[in-house]
Design a protein around this ligand. Sequence first.
Ligand code: NCD
Length: 331
Amino acid sequence: MEPMELPRLFDRDTLPTRPRPGTAPAGQDILTVAQFGRPLLGHIFQRADEMKVMVERAGGCDLLRGHVLACLFYEPSTRTSASFIAAMERLGGSVIPITQGVQFSSVSKGESLPDTVRTLEQYADVIVLRHPDVGSAKVAADYAAVPVINAGDGAGEHPTQALLDLFTIREELGAIDGRRVAMVGDLRHGRTVHSLTRLLLQYDVSLRFVSPDTLRLPMALMNELIDQKRDVRETHDVADVIADADVLYVTRIQKERFADLAHYEEVKDLYEITPEIMRQAKEKMVVMHPLPRVGEIHYAVDADPRAAYFRQVKKGMYVRMALLAMVLGKA
Ligand code: NCD
């Protein structure tokens, strides 16, 4: 099938100037990690712990019975969409999944993002949105009368992934303060890297960034770290960071964000975490990845107890259960 060309979903010049009244109260949306301070993070992690215990004991509960989630994904997803769906269903709620190709929705007829969310809010109590444009979740939230959760806005942010990443570090290593976190791969386009880095600024951590020159962390974000006098270093080589890392956060080179595919081909195989590299790592540390991986971590690493990426997936469901309960006023 020919890839579908998405219509312009929002063109700021043609949008009505003011969102309609009756939008969700500020703070109920989850758009960026900037919304989360340490007390709220602590509360969410505690709720996620409770969700874990509840799921292990009972499989699910009725907390969100009668509530409906609309899952609106304009970009591919396995984990984020499936975990939101599983989270909602384990809490007794139900889901409208528009995740398997918006080409079957009215988006293919040219419907705008504001109109699509104003339609979905007629059926649903919360909308989870993934969209290729930076700022799209904010636009959706400006128009929706129900809470909007950003499940990735282009190369912008992916706040719920960062929350589950942080929850994973806390569960795996016992604490976040005092840790050295090394991020590897496409730091320029990786929205999970952007959100996690910002969230880690709430903690006393040192940060190491490993990427080729062309895929370095965006300058604005690096400047924030420097302004805050954080212990930060950049390098091209995993060998420079592996021995001291408590967390090795590996990411995929984001092919879909490259304007020039020849450049992608040059950088796509630069990093691969192998058992040989893991031999230089601490005994107590974790390797994480938001997934999908496309060669950055060798399959032979999977059996290493420090490989936390599949455990990370499950913790994501507990965190998203906690977040859905929160935005729907049940936490
Ligand atoms: C990430 C994403 O979509 O940003 N995946 C995810 O949500 N778990 C990372 C990626 O696609 O590389």
